[in-house]
Design a protein around this ligand. Structure first.
Ligand SMILES: [Zn+2]
Length: 252
């Protein structure tokens, strides 16, 4: 049975920083992007998401000093995302997590002002329109990001392989080979249950750069998996390339 698909008729301005991280944990954190459930609107135009990931495209984990990114080979259309709100095909290039200093908060998005302990971002770029991530990120309709909330609960078998690999990338600039990881294992059961909205660049030319697809179902990870020294340290202190800060939120 297919879940309901909802679209948000809200327009969120997202500032994309490709150079410097904008905030540090415990510092001047901007308001998270809030999804107001009662204002989300069912959109019958939305189709099922088509996620096709090839674990063989998984290449490495890179600690860039702000985050650790699990990077995928995006030179071909082997790991792709289409359908849902997307007109084009998008290629998976990396995924990463946002994590807070404690379990009370950490997610980028919130649902009716409620934050989750952590949030996974699977980053894809439009390979129908563009030839490189770097090109897509500054152009219209360039990126599609799947967001999945994480809660503390049952042990996540899929995540464990990543947890085990993290000590090797605990230092800035370290890269470790990491292969055959299927990111689909980090998706919730009902991937057709999502909110979607267009995020834009707040700097000229104000193009709609990011289509956000926020999963309604969360996944669970055990305290043991995230409470471990390395994961926790990494999640807390590292940020990543597309840190988003809500500069202006307009609810229609
Ligand atoms: Zn992110």
């Amino acid at each position: 049975k297919r879940g309901t698909r909802w679209g948000l008729s809200i327009y969120l301005s997202i500032y994309l920083s490709l150079s410097e991280p904008l905030d540090i944990p415990g510092g001047d954190r901007q308001s998270p992007i809030d999804i107001v459930v009662r204002k989300s609107v069912f959109d019958p135009q939305l189709r099922p998401l088509k996620v096709q990931y090839d674990p063989r495209t998984c290449q490495q984990i890179w600690n860039n000093g702000y985050s650790f990114l699990v990077e995928y080979d995006d030179t071909t259309d082997k790991s792709t995302l289409k359908g849902g709100p997307l007109e084009d095909q998008f290629r998976l290039c990396q995924f990463h997590f946002h994590w807070g200093e404690n379990n009370a908060w950490g997610s980028e998005h919130s649902i009716d002002r409620r934050l989750y302990p952590a949030e996974l971002h699977l980053v894809h770029w439009n390979s129908d329109k563009y030839s490189l991530f770097e090109e897509a990120v500054i152009e219209e309709n360039g990126l599609a990001v799947i967001a999945v909330f994480l809660k503390i609960g049952k042990r996540h078998e899929g995540l464990q392989k990543l947890v085990d690999a993290l000590p090797a990338v605990r230092h800035k600039d370290s890269v470790v080979e990491f292969t055959k990881f299927d990111p689909a294992c980090l998706l919730p059961e009902k991937i057709d249950d999502y909110w979607t909205y267009a995020g834009s660049l707040t700097t000229p030319p104000l193009t709609e750069a990011v289509t956000w697809i926020v999963m309604k179902q969360h996944i669970e990870v055990s305290h043991d998996q995230v409470g471990g020294r390395y994961l926790c340290e990494n999640f807390v202190f590292l940020k990543h390339v597309h840190d988003s800060t809500t500069v202006n939120t307009n609810y229609q």
